[in-house]
Structures are given as structure tokens and as C-alpha cells.
Design a binder for this molecule. Structure first.
Ligand code: PLP
Length: 407
């Protein structure tokens, strides 16, 4: 579906977009933090609790079977959306953060020894740094860091030179939540595989905005969060190649993840259940599948094209204001703009824009190494989604102009 000509109808799908904030129409430009939800997703959650709520997998009764079928159908929807080879390669988690922690723990416990190395990049979200540091504390591993240049692009020559005999895993983001850079993931995978090293891709900021096919990328692990792709909070995905997931130790123990339990010996369930201890978020999974159907109906290519149009429109207009410094100017960019306006503190700018109903994010965006790179404490960040409009960007520009006049 062509978005620009259908934008009024698309916006009607998102009830929150008609809200007013401080007596102004809401202009929601904080989509990298979380996205708003369409009626179809909200309705799915309501239906989950009003029509088919029962615990999954263990019940013989009607409701339990219905809930189980819906939960497993959701797994198949995610598999097809990501282009994974098998449904059992899709593990439901709480989100990107839990997916990365799962891999850091289970892959780390299974395969890493003191002195082994993990490569991450300087542009990672804290959730793709700290789990590796926890592993470092437990196991004495070494973390190596791929630097990025002033445009916010990874240095691939430096990346290639970081591999050694001891490198066991690479973990990098597909799209930076601060710089917007779309990293050349296929190339990153190829370089890792040349050294026989598996690679985890953080897809939190890519999956909602561009088409992703994990088999085409040949990624070993790929992770994302439901709430950033118009789905509910508390549900996310870990895709992992069967060969890795099969070999890895479980992450958490409990119900669902076992085959047999006795005090003498416990055996573990098959994939994907080995990694899904406890009652899963089966309402969340079905609502996530609904969100995926929503973006698929519009088309990932249409979404990417429309958001690029918004990015270019906003960048041009912001440049015209003058005195706006951009962090992240790669030509391969997703619709995220991090900036500093004159010498107005990002926090002041964000607070005053809020008074005009405009929601932006300020601060370090959980990526303090990026801030350190530029020698700053934080930025003002506008991030776009499929329901944003050029009129909203005009409101942002007018808002920034107004705040500038105040200073
Ligand atoms: N990775 C990236 C690139 C992100 O932007 C975020 C959230 O902003 C995360 C990971 C963490 O996602 P969550 O908080 O949904 O687990």
C-alpha cells in the first residue's frame, strides 16, 4: 500500500494519534523508543483475554488448545516474517534485551573460556554491551570494539583486523538507535564467517523499518522487540540457527523447558521450548503476530520508502534552520535524527517542545559510548514511523524555531 496517499486512513488505525498534549495535537516522534499500537493489535490483546485465555501447551481442554494453536501460529508468522528456515528457530523472549542476555549466557556458558574474545561495535545500545561485560566478569573473556567514523559508519578494515584465533562471537547492531546508520550487515556476516565466527545481529531498530531475511543475511542470531514494531511490550524474539541453539545450554530452568525431571537427572525439552522456561506471554505473541500482519499488509518496502522520504524532508528542513549539528550522517540511514540545536541543551529543547505537544527523546539513548565518541552528554532525537507526516515535521521545525527565539 502506498503510504503517502493513504496516510489519513493509516493514522486512523492508531487511536493515540488523535490525543492532545498540553492542549496541542500530539506529534509523536519518539518511535525508536517505542511505537504506537494499531487497533488490530489492541483488539487482539482484548480478544486474547476475553475469548481464549488459558495456559498453553499443557491443557487438553478447548481453550488451552485454542491458545496453544494461536501461540504456535504466532511463531510461524515470525518465522515467515524473518525468513527463518524452521519455526523452532524462533524463541519468544521479553524483548531484544532478554534475547541478547540469553545468547550471552547460554552461548557464553557453552562455548567461551577465559581469554576468548567477543567483538561488538562502538555504536551498540547498552543492551548489546553490558551482557558481554557480565560474561567478561564471569569468565574473563575479552571484548573488542569496532570503531565508527565521524559520519557514524563502522570501520570495516578495523573490524576485519580484530579477529584472532580466540574470537568466538561478533555482536553488532543492524541499525543504530542514535546515528540511524544502517550497517552493511551482510558484509559483516561474511567477514565473521570467513573466520568461522558466528554473529548476532541486534535488529531492534531494523525489523520495524526495513525488510529482513535472516537466511539471506546468513546471520547466526537475530533479535528484536515487539513494542518497536507496533506490537505489545514484554514480547520479543530471538532467532537462532538450529545448530547453535541445539548445542547451547538452557538459559533459565522451570516448567516447559524440560523433557523429564527427577532428583537424579533432568533432561531438557526440544527447541524452541528448551529456551522458554515458564508460562510464555501467549497473549503477547499473538498480538505481535497481528502487528507483523499489519506491517506486512502495508509492505516493508513501502514503509522503508516512506520513512526515507520523511527522513530527507526533515533533514532538509532542519538544515534550513541553520545552527543544527547532526550526529550520524551516513548515506545509508534509517529515519532517526540525532542533533544539537545551537548551544541549547537537549534537555531544555526536549522539555519546551513537549509543551507544544511534540514528543522527542533527549539524553544518551542508552548508548553512552557514542556520546563519548563525540564528546557530548546527549542529543535531541527525532525518530519516525510509518504514521508520521510532513505536517508533523513542519510542527517540529516551527517548535524548534520558537524555542530558539526564547534563548
Ligand atoms: N538495541 C537497540 C539498537 C535499541 O534501540 C534498543 C532499544 O531502544 C534495544 C536494543 C533494547 O530494546 P528493549 O528495551 O526493547 O529490550
Amino acid at each position: 500500500m502506498e503510504i503517502a496517499s493513504n496516510i489519513t486512513r493509516i493514522r486512523e488505525d492508531f487511536p493515540i494519534l488523535t490525543s492532545t498534549v498540553h492542549k496541542h495535537p500530539l506529534v509523536y516522534l519518539d518511535n525508536a523508543a517505542t511505537t504506537q499500537k494499531p487497533w488490530s493489535v489492541i483488539k487482539k490483546i482484548e480478544d486474547g483475554y476475553t475469548k481464549q485465555n488459558a495456559n498453553v501447551h499443557r491443557g487438553v481442554h478447548f481453550l488451552s488448545q485454542m491458545a496453544t494453536e494461536a501461540h504456535e501460529a504466532a511463531r510461524a508468522t515470525v518465522q515467515q516474517f524473518l525468513g527463518a528456515a524452521h519455526t523452532h528457530e524462533i524463541i519468544f523472549t521479553r524483548g531484544t534485551t532478554e534475547s541478547i542476555n540469553l545468547v550471552a549466557y547460554s552461548f557464553g556458558e557453552t562455548f567461551l573460556k577465559q581469554g576468548d574474545e567477543v567483538i561488538v561495535s562502538e555504536m551498540e545500545h547498552h543492551s548489546n554491551i553490558v551482557p558481554w561485560q557480565l560474561l567478561q566478569q564471569r569468565k574473563g573473556i575479552i571484548i573488542k570494539v569496532i570503531p565508527f567514523n565521524q559520519q557514524g559508519e563502522l570501520d570495516l578494515t578495523e573490524y576485519a583486523s580484530l579477529f584472532s584465533e580466540r574470537t568466538k562471537l561478533v555482536a553488532v547492531t543492524h541499525v543504530s538507535n542514535v546515528l540511524g546508520t544502517i550497517n552493511p550487515v551482510k558484509q559483516l556476516v561474511q567477514i565473521a564467517h570467513k573466520h568461522d565466527v558466528p554473529i548476532l545481529i541486534d535488529g531492534a531498530q531494523s525489523v520495524p523499518h526495513i525488510a529482513v531475511n535472516v537466511q539471506d543475511l546468513n546471520a547466526d542470531f537475530y533479535v528484536f522487540s515487539g513494542h518497536k514494531i507496533y506490537g505489545p511490550t514484554g514480547i520479543g524474539v530471538l532467532y537462532g540457527k538450529e545448530k547453535w541453539l541445539d548445542a547451547m545450554l538452557p538459559y533459565q530452568g522451570g516448567g516447559e523447558m524440560i523433557a523429564q525431571v527427577s532428583f537424579e537427572k533432568t533432561t531438557f525439552n526440544e527447541l524452541p521450548y528448551k529456551f522458554e522456561a515458564g508460562t510464555p506471554d501467549f497473549i503477547g505473541s499473538t498480538a505481535l503476530a497481528e502487528a507483523i500482519r499489519y506491517v506486512q499488509n502495508i509492505g516493508m518496502d513501502q514503509i522503508a520508502a516512506y520513512e526515507t522520504y520523511l527522513l530527507n524532508y526533515a533533514t532538509d528542513k532542519l538544515q534550513q534552520i541553520g545552527d543544527v549539528h547532526f550526529f550520524g550522517t551516513s548515506s545509508h540511514k534509517s529515519a532517526v535524527i540525532s542533533m544539537q540545536v545551537g548551544d541549547i541543551h537537549h534537555y531544555d529543547m526536549g522539555t519546551l517542545l513537549d509543551k507544544l505537544g511534540i514528543a522527542l527523546r533527549t539524553g544518551h539513548h542508552c548508548a553512552q559510548p557514542i556520546m563519548k565518541h563525540y564528546g557530548i552528554e546527549g542529543t535531541l532525537r527525532a525518530s519516525f514511523a510509518l504514521y508520521n507526516t510532513t505536517q508533523e515535521i513542519d510542527a517540529l521545525i516551527a517548535g524548534i524555531e520558537r524555542v530558539k527565539q526564547l534563548f
